[in-house]
Structures are given as C-alpha cells and as structure tokens.
Design a protein around this ligand. Sequence first.
Ligand code: NAD
Length: 480
Amino acid sequence: MKTLQRDKIKTITAHYIDGAFVESHGQEVMDIIRPTDGQVIGRVKLGDEEDTRRAIGAAKRAFATFGRTTKEERLKILRKLHQAVSARIDDLTTVMVEEYGGVVQFARLIVESGATAFLAAEKALEELPMTQRWGKTTVTLEPVGVAGLITAWNANALFICLKLASAVAAGCTVVIKPSELSSLQTQMMIECLNAVELPKGICNVVIGRGDVVGAELVRNPDVNKISFTGSVAVGERIMRDGAATMKRVTLELGGKSPTILLDDAALDQAIPSALQMAFLNSGQACAAGTRLLVPKSRLDEIKRGISDAMRSFTVGDPADAKTVIGPMVSQKQYERVQSYIRKGIEEGAEVVAGGEGHPEGFDVGYFVKPTVFANVKNDMTIAEEEIFGPVLCVIAYDSEDEAIRIANDSKYGLHASVLSTDLQRARRVASQIRAGRVVINGMTDDPQAPWGGFKYSGVGREYGRYGIEAFLEPRAILEA
Ligand code: NAD
C-alpha cells in the first residue's frame, strides 16, 4: 500500500468543464486535513456560482447531441469508463485512506464497487427496453436532461461512479458536485474521466461548497434533475428549493438500520456479523446496522459475546490492513460522535464497550472508541438519531412480533438485516421490514438490486435498471 508523500502539500485550483481543466473563478481556499493526525495535506480553491453556471452551460450544450445517442454508443462509453477507473483502483484507494481515513480493506471495496458500477449499468442498459409499441402507440424512454450529481464524503468514488454510470446510460449529461471533504479523491476521479476522452461537456465537475455550488445546481432552471447522497436536512432543502424549477430528485439519505438477531441464531456467527454491520466504514456508513435487536432470553449471553468479539475491532492506522476502525473524517464528526456517546450515558444506557474520549494511544487525530450500549430503549436519542460513527445500540425484545415492531419504529427505512439459522423464518421477518434493502445472514450486495430508502431515508432508487430509470422520462407518440 502506497501512502501520499507526507510532507508534500497538494494544491487543487481547477474544475473540469467542457472536457478541460479550467482554473477556478471562485477564490475561497479550503485546507484539506488528514484525519489521522489533523495535518494539512492539501489546499483546494472552491468553485462559485460562476464556475457552476459554466459547467451547466457545457452540459446543456452537450445534451443536444448526447441526449440523442444510441444505446450502443452509450454502452461503449460505459465500458471505457469502467476501464479508466479500474486502472486507478490502487491510487483511488490510497487517496481515500489518506484524505478520508477509510480503512484500507473497506476503501478498496468501495473503489472497486465504483468501477463495477459502470459494468452493472452496461448490463442493465442492455436489458432495458427503451421502446415499447402497441397498436398505434409508441412509448420511448428519453433522458431527463442535464443532471446535477451531489455526493457525500463517506464513499465519494462510489457515489460519483454510481450516479455517473446511470446518468450516462440514460443519455443525460452531468455536473458533479462532490463533497468538499473529498477534493483529492475527486481530483483523481477527474483524471480518470479525462483519460476516457469523452465527448466534451458530457461530464463536468465543480469542486465547492454545498450552499454555493450545490445550491446553484438546485436553483438553476437548466438543470433538470438532482441526484443527491447526503443528510436528511440537506435532502429536505433540495426537495423544497428544487420545486421552484420542478426538479426531478433522487435523494439517498440517512439511516438507523436495525439488525434483528432471532432467538435461534448461532451466536458465534451472528455476533461478529452484527458488529461488522454496525462498524462498517468505521460506523460512517448510511447502511450501518446501528440498532441490534436481541431476544431478552439470550441477552446476558449476547452481551458477553459482544464484549469478547469487540477485542478484534481494533482502532488504528487506516492504511494498516489489520485495522478495522479508522478515524472519523473531521474534528466536527469526532465531536458529534462524542456528544452522542455522552447523551447515551446520560440517558441511562449501559456501556458494554468503548465510551467517551480518544482510545488509548490515539491522542492526535479524530479517533473515537467503538462503543456498544446495552439497556437501550428504542425511544432514546441514541436509538432514534443517526450518529454516523461507531456506536451500536443493543435493544432487547420479548417476541418476534415485537422485534419487527421495534425495527420499523424509526423515521428511517434504508437498510436492515436479519440473522437466523432458519432461512424460512428469516425471509418471513425480512418481508415485514419497511426498508429499501434487507439482507439475511450477513452484509451482501447485488449491483442490479435497487438501493434507496423508505420514509426519511430518501426518495427514489439507485443501482441497475432502477438507477437508470431515475434519469429517464417516458414519451408516448400516438397516431390517430
Ligand atoms: P451533507 O448533507 O452535509 O452533504 C452532502 C452533500 O450535499 C455535500 O456535497 C454537500 O456539500 C452538499 N450540500 C450541502 N448543503 C447543500 C445545499 N444547500 N444545496 C445543495 N447541496 C448541498 O451530508 P454528509 O455529511 O456529506 O454525508 C453524511 C450523510 O449522508 C449521512 O446522513 C448519511 O447517512 C448520508 N448518506 C446516505 C447514503 C445513501 O446511500 N442513502 C450514502 C452515504 C451517506
């Protein structure tokens, strides 16, 4: 595993507009801070409304021809994008570890999933009928137009690839506004896009703040669609502000995902699996299974099992392949997690592992102690709100029905999981969970299966056919 040169500060001053690196019109400079030690490792010049409008203009011009391309032409572009990102997997992984603090094993998975997103979109596009005819009626699926793609920091490469793949498959041109906390990763992604030599203006990237660049995308009448990954608060705002120009929106928002451990579960497998889901991406994952529902009859046994298993959830240098939990992305995120741990203690939850403060030996950087609370009630703040850090709530239930009721008693509905040795029973429970995805007996993925949330977890779906359809409008032509 390579690391970036520790003493070299990288400066980013350009956006990617109309197929070229264009110097930023915006002049605000932001430091890029390494989460493992709080050191400045780069500086980025943030874009402004003018940069954003230039990018939207380029995307609009490009749409006039790209919107009329054939499926075959777009399939070819998806293949090239796949090759370009695949060629930089090592570099993209290194920079994700450095800039964001993602643990290397998980960072690599994220980047690989980003590359795979283009192949998955290719397969889905091949199978998607774009024209249907009956009688004198012809229905075609048309690209929605210029799309603004706004991403969160916790898996920047994946979100860019996923949204771009679906948009390109549909024939949309895009302006990407990645998280400003991911500028080094974004720069590398732009190099991948540039290597493909796409027709000019199909894919533009403006690095900048959400309330500047993101807000312009949401407000601008030449942007037809926003595909957003981030918090509920910003998602609400995008829906409200986008209404003025009738934006189509896909919103991938937060979660407070339940893991239902059924009373027949084999604990030697179920406990590590539940902890893995809770501490995914150091807990900074929208899908993290942060509410573990366990049968009251086995509570003591499960608490002991968790205490033992927590020993293998080691905190450390994210570049070390043995590390399971890396630092939080920023000082702000560190403080947010601390405040929730404090809240959990104040609310009377029992600390089974972890607690407040830095783990021993990690006084610099944004490291927190992976924390497990037992004796949690589902209406406590720590069980209701998304913490976005390695904090797990163990909630006891009396019956299967009660477990399902608690799982669904949340404003969120993004992801859930069921652990059981009885597959029929697990399927029956899964089918009663109000969430966009439910996994049985461990974390797993399928790039053709829809991803997205019920309730406050969002609007619309990504991945596969569902993801492409989110960038399409049906048009019917009827002959008299
Ligand atoms: P955030 O909402 O603060 O920021 C997300 C993006 O929105 C950033 O690029 C930001 O610059 C931009 N933004 C901020 N204000 C904006 C505005 N007024 N208009 C337009 N854009 C604006 O979220 P975050 O802290 O980057 O990410 C964490 C959140 O993302 C968590 O809630 C997490 O659950 C969620 N998330 C969801 C998924 C999913 O697939 N459902 C995946 C990852 C993260």
